[in-house]
Design a protein around this ligand. Sequence first.
Ligand SMILES: O=P(O)(O)OC[C@H]1O[C@](O)(COP(=O)(O)O)[C@@H](O)[C@@H]1O
Ligand SMILES: [Mg+2]
Ligand SMILES: [Mg+2]
Length: 337
Amino acid sequence: MATSVTLGEFLLGRPGDFQYENTELGRLLNAIRLAGKVVSHEIRRAGLVDITGTIGSTNIQGEEQQKLDIFANEAFINTLTNRDIVCGIVSEENEEPIEIRGSDNRNRNKYVVVMDPLDGSSNIDVNITVGTIFGIYHRVSPIGTPVTTEDFLQSGNNQVAAGFIAYGTSTMMVYTTGNGVNGFTLNPAIGTYYLSHPNIEIPKKGNIYSVNEGGYVHFPQGVKNYIKYCQREEEDRPYRARYVGSMVADVWRTMLQGGIYFYPESTGKPHGKLRLLYECNPLAFLVEQAGGQATNGYERILDIKPTDIHQRMPFFGGEGEMVEKAMQFIAEADGGE
Ligand SMILES: O=P(O)(O)OC[C@H]1O[C@](O)(COP(=O)(O)O)[C@@H](O)[C@@H]1O
Ligand SMILES: [Mg+2]
Ligand SMILES: [Mg+2]
């Protein structure tokens, strides 16, 4: 149930929430909040206006771009640029980083944003929850100089804030700055987000596992063994299987109801499908801040030093014990302890 605290008040009410200038965080998140409302409005009209389907081009990942992918991408890039607070953006829909020199054209802004403007694109036309994922970093290149790729290839540990917007039964904005995770629900009638999910903590002893089992035959043996373990009639198992096919929705459910969500590597996808910079890192930060764990099956996602802005990474995230169990099966199958 939503409280009467709005996102704006919440931001101003927690001065220590942000290691840099708090009003800058406010301006950053306000820009994201605004762009999210623009996208939410458009999504809610999907089917009534010509916003579903593809536009006939593919992105750097070789995926067909949906009209809403492009709409969301432009909405976020324009809003962040107009707010004059970021010096660069990496987006799933753009091959190269986008340099933003700022209104005085002197590269004085401090933050870079990595984003997946529309997550769960395959679910757009079938009216299932989709989302926007974002991560925010303080630049590493000197202020006053053009943004560099190194500003984006920082490990997830360096995120100063991260979150997502979910466009589902309601529109929600969930974020962290390293002081816990809070969720806000949009009241579309007045366009205001209210605190509805304070201090989110992943429940212990979850009983849901979430993976696209359609790829089972191509998964590594350790992952197969873990899936069989989840399905065995023993102790508190079999676990329930849930899979939406939108990472935002599957991770959000995992944060609220517990369990584990994973997208492993497979013979066809040696590094899995999900992108480290703008899918794995922001959601790993949220999962950890909610008391869970997020790894690639071997190491903490947030410790990984990216080498490419669009690189993929296997992802195992959720309740700590379940993630460790999955890693144990992977290690055993690899011949380790
Ligand atoms: O169809 P699959 O192979 O299960 O993949 C689903 C996954 O792909 C994604 O849709 C990839 O994200 P995009 O839609 O942003 O490209 C994830 O949201 C989701 O978890
Ligand atoms: Mg995505
Ligand atoms: Mg996407």
